[in-house]
Design a protein around this ligand. Structure first.
Ligand SMILES: [Zn+2]
Length: 201
């Protein structure tokens, strides 16, 4: 084996480890990492101590619209777009970096990671296949995940329009009054604002 291909292989192994630790599933690893399925399964077992779960869960775009999921999804996706458009990362690096940043932000505020890696990745795919869009809230100016082709005019986000009684009953107590919290709206969404002027989706 040449020196170059050995280095290439080391990089692929490092990438696999990084993705497995973030919670990537086998199907995703197979598509993004240049290692055989057998090696990926071995690595997965070594790191996690269990065999990888089979297949991808069939997520629908509706999951991203529920109240708490929409806050987390919007936070992550704004960071992803920033990594892609402002930091000029490749799509895979942008995914890894923004997912890390998302987890750090949530953990720093003592919150629970609602959006797992597979859901984050699936959401990126939904955007790429034009099933989701970012809509700008007409009240706070934040950009939020919405169904594609929904009317963007007069859109009001989940933070400015608290959940209905049905939604409220399901939402955890500590996030019931999110409007003034710096947890999602102010800190992250505001930081992601500069791209609104540049990106203009
Ligand atoms: Zn809003």
């Amino acid at each position: 084996m040449t020196k170059k291909s050995v280095l290439g292989e080391v990089r692929e192994v490092q990438l696999a480890i990084e993705l497995i630790e973030l919670g990537a599933r086998l199907q995703f690893l197979e598509s993004e990492v240049g290692l055989s399925r057998e090696r990926l399964i071995r690595l997965y077992k070594e790191l996690k101590g269990v065999s990888p779960p089979k297949g991808l869960l069939p997520f629908s775009t509706d999951w991203y619209m529920t109240w708490l999921a929409n806050i987390h999804s919007s936070m992550f996706y704004n960071m992803y777009r920033f990594m892609l458009e402002e930091a000029y990362e490749t799509p895979l690096r942008a995914l890894i970096k923004s997912y890390r940043l998302y987890m750090e932000q949530i953990e720093a505020h003592g919150g629970e990671v609602v959006l797992d890696f597979t859901r984050a990745y699936t959401m990126v795919r939904f955007f790429e296949s034009d099933m989701l869009q970012l809509s700008t809230c007409s009240r706070c100016g934040g950009r939020f995940v919405a169904h594609a082709h929904d009317n963007k005019h007069g859109y009001v986000c989940v933070l400015c329009r608290p959940p209905s009684r049905a939604g409220k009953a399901r939402a955890p107590k500590r996030v019931e009054a999110p409007a003034d919290s710096d947890f999602a709206s102010d800190a992250v969404l505001a930081r992601a604002q500069p791209q609104a002027a540049v990106g203009g989706h």
